[in-house]
Structures are given as C-alpha cells and as structure tokens.
Design a protein around this ligand. Structure first.
Ligand SMILES: Nc1ncnc2c1ncn2[C@@H]1O[C@H](COP(=O)(O)OP(=O)(O)O)[C@@H](O)[C@H]1O
Ligand SMILES: [Mg+2]
Length: 265
C-alpha cells in the first residue's frame, strides 16, 4: 500500500516502473527476459535504455505500451497504476510499418485516424508538423521512394501525432549509416526540445545515448536488470563538440566498459 501510494504520488514523474519482471513460457521452455526493473521518466526528460541485443529492451517497451503484460511489478503512467496504457503513449516499435500504398501524408495521418480526429483538423496538424520538421516537400511521396532516414522521420512524426507527449522509441536509428544517424539525432533533439515531449529511447550506441540523453540506464545481458544509472551532465543544447569534451569521453569509457562485460560473441 505504502509503495503504491508513493508511486502514484511521485509528482513530476510521467512514468515509473517498480520491480517489473517478465518470463516468456513456450511449453516447458522458459525465457526470463526481465529481472526486476525499476526506472522513471520525468516530465520533459530524455531517458535512454542501453543494453546488449536480446537482453529484453523491446520486451520492456511492449509492456510499457500495454501490448504485453508484466508478470509482476508496478507501472504508473501519469500517476495511474491501474489503467490500460494502450493508446496513451506514442510507441514507435523497432520495425515501424509504413504502409507502402499510402503517401507520407497519409501515413502520418494514421496516428490521428486511430484517435478519430476529424479529417480537416487532422490534415492541418499533419501539415504543420511535416512543414516544421522538414518533410513538407515529401508529403505526396510513397515510402518506397524515400531514403531510410526520411522513412524514420515519417514514422517518428506519425508517432508524435498519435501521442505527442510521451514517446517510446525503440532503436529508431539502428539501421541507418553513421552520418545519417548524426543528422537524425540532431533532428530528434530539435523535435524533443520544441515539442516538450518526454522520451524513453532504446539504443545500443553509446555515443548516441550520451548525445541525446539526460539519463541513461545501462542494462545487463538477459534477463535485463539495471547495472547502472548514469546522469548525463553535459550542457544543452548539445553539439557535436559536446561529445569531444573530457566529461563526455569519460562517460563513454564508463558505459563501454560496462557493456563490453555483458556482451557475448
Ligand atoms: N513473444 C516472445 N516469446 C518468446 N520469447 C520472446 C518473445 N519476445 C522476445 N522473446 C525473447 O526474449 C528475449 C528478449 O527479447 P527482446 O526484448 O526483443 O530483446 P532486445 O530488444 O533487448 O534485443 C530474447 O531472448 C527473445 O528471444
Ligand atoms: Mg529490441
């Protein structure tokens, strides 16, 4: 009881997890994906989960988004411990699906269709966002004609339109080349800063985590548990040079050392 009350009351927290576990069962086989996980995301924060592949990161996102359930533990979204979380967070899964037969604009509108926003209003919102984040000229294009980076932008804007205030982004830049990635990271920070959204982000790229985050949770190999919580005390706005400062290099070293120990080859 005491625990529940404190969770629900922790004021500025958008999201709080306490003791969340998950084990998959297939017949007699058990795959323990999450050891007890505790974490939180405050209003307006950019928080990152970093961990070896297969450790349970996407599992955790599915649970937070309400499309899978935890075996134990508690999750509070905006202080609500009991409610159905489906539709209350903007979730961009690891393989976001853009519908190939729909244009950029129509794909972005999907987020609003799901919420039954009237067409006129939906179009207006979609256009404003496409314009503001550099996609207006691609509105009539089909996904197949776009670069990988552009496709990820479209998927991200769709997620923002679906729920603009809390985003779960599962390795959105994982498949992009290094340079495109850097451009996308800056673009995402701009979006985060100007829309005042809270973000929970997954990556296995240490520099990406440092560049973007206020806080990083370092996860162990499966079953995921939190090895360390790192506050990224680099000033904002972040610039590419931010990553070359002594503090950034120190953080990079610290994170790499932790992660290399968890990596099996
Ligand atoms: N639906 C499922 N049924 C059974 N096992 C699963 C399922 N989803 C994921 N797993 C297993 O759980 C572990 C964690 O997977 P996942 O959360 O996708 O890891 P990550 O996103 O960190 O790479 C993996 O061993 C994976 O094979
Ligand atoms: Mg994953």
């Amino acid at each position: 009881m005491g625990k529940e009350m404190s969770l629900a009351r922790s004021k500025m927290a958008r999201l709080t997890l306490q003791g969340v576990t998950r084990t998959y069962r297939e017949g007699r086989r058990r795959v323990e994906a999450l050891a007890p996980i505790d974490l939180s995301v405050e209003q307006g924060e950019f928080v990152t989960l970093i961990g070896p592949s297969g450790c349970g990161k996407s599992t955790l996102f599915n649970i937070i988004a309400g499309v899978d359930r935890a075996d134990s533990g508690q999750i509070a979204l905006d202080g609500d411990l009991q409610g159905d979380r489906r539709g209350k967070v903007g979730y961009m899964p690891q393989q976001p699906l853009l519908l190939p037969w729909r244009t950029v604009e129509e794909n972005v509108l999907l987020g609003l269709d799901v919420r039954h926003v009237p067409r006129g209003e939906a179009l207006q919102q979609a256009h404003a966002l496409l314009e503001r984040f550099g996609l207006a000229e691609f509105a009539e294009h089909y996904p197949a004609t776009l670069s990988g980076g552009m496709r990820q932008r479209v998927a991200l804007l769709r997620t923002v339109l679906f729920n603009s205030s809390f985003l779960l982004l599962d390795e959105p830049f994982g498949a992009l080349d290094a340079l495109t990635r850097i451009v996308m990271q800056r673009w995402l920070l701009e979006l985060w800063e100007s829309l005042h959204v809270s973000v929970l982000f997954i990556t296995h790229d240490v520099r990406e985590a440092i560049f973007l985050s206020d806080r990083i949770y370092v996860l162990s190999a499966r079953p995921a548990r939190i090895l360390r919580t790192v506050e990224v005390d680099l000033p904002r706005p972040r610039r590419q040079e931010s990553l070359a400062t002594e503090r950034a290099l120190q953080l990079e070293q610290e994170l790499l050392e932790l992660l290399v120990k968890e990596q099996t080859v």
